[in-house]
Design a protein around this ligand. Structure first.
Ligand SMILES: NC(=[NH2+])NCCC[C@H](N)C(=O)O
Length: 418
């Protein structure tokens, strides 16, 4: 036990620069991972290479592989994901959302296609899901950032982000209404403004698990960067908008204002309905390690539940996830849950291909466990996986990150070891 936890802690210490440069030199001079292993072992990084074999689907070292098997347990078994808040037959709506205007890098739009090409739809059907493939959500006009006037708010590309999020919100809303599981593939994390708003409109009592290195609790009134991938939680969270201001006045976000007139797929708020919001008690953060000053203050003053990397080191991921699930389900065991998974929650050693890497993240197994435990709650009803950007790492790192994304997705959708 001691040995395992020490190994975890030390693998957190492998910084992006270390790991990436090791892979970079291997990628150029050594074609196979077997050769990579020799180099890595010399540097004492054997774990990382075993992971890269696992990620590449089992080729290479002996029996290291990742199998996609649905659970064989019966409903009584606590390990058996039942997705019981959904309508039968259990259907996942797979929503590719390659939108990237919430942060500065291009390349985040490649995530959905890579995940699809690598077989996500058939993996999901092997897990027992009916798969409803939704056409790409790209957002409508304005079509290019150059045609967009600069936002008068500290929210870069807000018209593009907001219009795109509205399109996604419509889809997540209608799929949730049909009792399906909206599974959104980003794109940067600003898309979750849309997925979460859509899901919350249909299922207002949804509880949220936000797995991320960052809190994404900014608003244009407090953000240091103005990047909207740092704002999806803040824009929906009750208590984050200053007195006398409203999210609906931001360009592109009028669909979140109380006097929204309504359009096809996103009706006006009538009969006392309010625009979707998230209560501070309805979210749990897991994996935080890079939180802006104002976000920290908001987390404390709103009493938002969080488990930072410090807490994960202290308590272990098992306890952290028990407490997270218990926090969200204590008052309503039948509450639907939404899992928003930013790949940058994972340590850059295992997930280098993303835009805002922060050292000291979740290990490979912790990254899986988070998804497995939420699936096993039986309450998971919607999810996002965001911020894969294969252009921000060498080829090996890109492939490992996409493969890890696929494994996290299949874990949250019910893949089980036994
Ligand atoms: N989803 C993300 N990667 N978010 C990063 C946010 C970083 C920083 N807190 C910001 O607001 O700019």
């Amino acid at each position: 036990m001691m040995a395992i936890s020490r190994l975890n802690v030390s693998s957190r210490g492998l910084g992006l620069s270390n790991v990436t440069s090791t892979f970079t030199s291997n990628a150029i001079s050594l074609p196979s991972c077997q050769s990579g292993l020799r180099n890595l072992t010399r540097r004492g990084l054997r774990t990382s290479c075993v992971l890269s074999n696992a990620a590449s689907g089992g080729s290479g070292l002996g029996n290291v592989k990742d199998q996609i098997l649905p659970s064989v347990h019966d409903d009584e078994d606590v390990r058996s994901p039942s997705f019981r808040t959904l309508r039968e037959p259990r259907t996942v709506s797979l929503i590719p959302c390659p939108m990237t205007f919430g942060q500065p890098f291009t390349g985040t739009d490649m995530g959905p296609e890579l995940l699809m090409q690598k077989g996500l739809p058939s993996m999901l059907s092997n897990l027992g899901w009916r798969v409803d493939r939704v056409p790409e959500v790209l957002g409508k006009s304005p079509t290019s950032p150059t045609s967009t006037p600069a936002s008068s708010f500290n929210a870069k590309n807000s018209s593009l982000v907001g219009t795109g999020a509205k399109e996604l919100a419509k889809i997540c809303y209608s799929k949730s209404e049909e009792g399906r599981f909206p599974l959104t593939l980003g794109g940067d994390h600003s898309i979750s403004l849309g997925s979460l708003a859509g899901v919350l409109r249909s299922r207002p009592n949804t509880g949220v698990i936000w797995v991320d290195a960052h809190a994404d609790l900014n608003t244009p009134w407090i953000s240091e960067s103005g990047n909207m991938h740092g704002m999806p939680v803040g824009l929906l969270m009750e208590g984050m908008v200053p007195e006398g201001k409203s999210v609906g006045e931001i360009e592109g976000l009028n669909w979140l204002s109380e006097d929204w007139k309504g359009e096809d797929g996103w009706p006006a708020y009538t009969n006392g309905e309010k625009p979707p919001t998230l209560q501070p008690s309805s979210i749990v953060y897991v994996g935080l390690r890079d939180v802006d000053k104002e976000e920290r203050e908001a987390i404390k003053s709103l009493n938002i539940k969080y488990y930072s990397m410090y807490d994960i080191d202290r308590l272990g991921i098992g306890t952290v996830m028990e407490k997270s699930v218990e926090h969200l389900l204590k008052d309503d065991p039948d509450r639907p849950l939404h899992l928003s998974y930013d790949i940058d929650a994972v340590d850059p050693g295992q997930a280098p291909a993303t835009g805002t890497t922060v050292r000291g993240g979740l290990t490979y197994r912790e990254a899986h466990f988070v998804a497995e435990r939420i699936a096993n709650s039986g309450n998971l009803a919607s999810a996002d996986l965001v911020e894969l950007n294969p252009t921000l790492s060498d080829e090996t790192g890109a492939e490992e990150t996409v493969d890890l994304g696929l494994q996290i997705l299949t874990s949250m959708m019910g893949k089980s070891i036994i």
